[in-house]
Design a protein. Structure first.
Length: 245
């Protein structure tokens, strides 16, 4: 009996690890697609693609997965992918933006709408919540990847053309105008900095705390959206109550 229990415990941990790895690969695939779509599939002329390929190698992502993402970007196989953004309200009226990449808009729209309705939210119209978010370039440099102190890193970011920087215990978060992100990224790389992330993303102007009685519904909504293969990113203008783990 104990052996049977041990088998299930190990199998459960393995399944959880596989699911986590699958989500990491899914995220990298989306980033590879976006980078290749924006700057071409040749990494020699595409710094963002080089960065994403490095992440794929570091994560031991299978070469077939990498190639599929690049094929999508170059149109190999005939499938045409479109970027579509959905706006909606989660439980308690919290604003949610859903960025998708799809070869079938009807399928994706149905799945996103279903996720909102399953968890007490509602899909909105274009412009219903997007005004609550700012679009910014976002670059991350891990503290253990540089010897610079906070003041030196701030000056380097400003010299590269960044607008602002936030320092945490683990990383430097650098913010730019969306159109300047690539130039700032390239300048920092040329200065010898190793970037952990660089992308243009949405940031909420303000956040709303999810009511305690809606937390389960809200996390269920975010999980269902995030697990959808067509969903690239979920942007939230919400925070969970402090006593919720």
């Amino acid at each position: 009996m104990s052996g049977h229990s041990k088998w299930h415990n190990i199998q459960g941990r393995k399944n959880a690890q596989d699911a986590k790895r699958g989500k990491i690969f899914q995220k990298i695939s989306r980033n590879l697609y976006q980078a290749a779509k924006a700057g071409g599939v040749d990494p020699d002329g595409n710094p963002q693609l080089r960065l994403e390929l490095e992440k794929a190698r570091a994560a031991n992502m299978p070469k077939d997965n990498v190639q599929r993402a690049l094929d999508k970007a170059s149109g190999v196989g005939g499938a045409k992918f479109e970027e579509v953004t959905y706006e909606g309200y989660g439980p308690g009226g919290t604003a949610v933006m859903v960025s998708t990449l799809t070869d079938n808009k009807n399928r994706t729209a149905s799945a996103v709408r279903s996720a909102f309705s399953h968890h007490g939210g509602s899909l909105g119209t274009n412009g219903s919540v997007s005004y609550m978010f700012d679009r910014k370039g976002y670059i991350v440099i891990l503290r253990d990847q540089t010897d610079d102190d906070e003041d030196t890193m701030l000056l380097a970011a400003l010299d590269a053309g960044a607008d602002d920087m936030k320092a945490t215990d683990d990383e430097y978060q650098i913010f730019t105008e969306p159109g300047n992100m690539a130039a700032v990224r390239d300048a920092l790389q040329e200065a010898g900095y190793q970037l952990d992330n660089s992308e243009v993303r949405l940031f909420p102007q303000t956040t709303t705390e999810v009511p305690e009685d809606k937390v389960s519904q809200y996390t269920g909504l975010i999980d269902e959206l995030s697990d959808n293969d067509d969903v690239q990113d979920v942007y939230e203008a919400a925070v969970l109550p402090e006593d919720v783990k």
